[in-house]
Design a protein around this ligand. Sequence first.
Ligand SMILES: [Zn+2]
Length: 198
Amino acid sequence: MGEDVVHTFRAQSVYCLQTIQWACGMPIGWGKCYRSESSPQVLAILNCIWDGHADLRPAFIGYDDACDLLCHVVTQDPNDSWIQSTKFIVDAWHYIGHRATNVLCRTWCNPAPTNGSQPDLVLVQEDAEGNRHQTRAFNTETAKQLNAWLNGYEAPLRQMSDVNFDFFVHVLFLIFKEQIEKRIDKGDRDLPDDFFAE
Ligand SMILES: [Zn+2]
């Protein structure tokens, strides 16, 4: 009683930003989690980003809590279309800690299965002695780079109204996207124009 109720969103109530990138580092989208980072909120962000574009979903999503997310997807709807479109894999560090105790994680979320079941995730390299080694085809370094860079803006973001917060994050994503584009151009890793020809 007697206390002023301020009906203004403050970004302090945002627990964390979820960022989503392609494997090359190109940012795709983002969303906000409130109170905690939870599977229902993460699934809602994914559904929002690919709303109406189910055909453009990635074949794999790497996420450090992918096993809990997959569990949530299946529990809320065993016929959820994400089950058909996408494999949810954890990052390598998470997997080391989880594989022994979590059957779902070990069965479905292994980031680099060595049994040949996911050839897109595993590279076979030959060393100087001609021995063949399996290594992970992807790493999560670019995701770490984006998140570390965004952390530098956390203090100003916490002071912003909701509209400014969203706008500011969009601009940060745009700047990061341009940096990634430059990096890809410089490394000559862009796709040739005829790749897009009919
Ligand atoms: Zn796990």
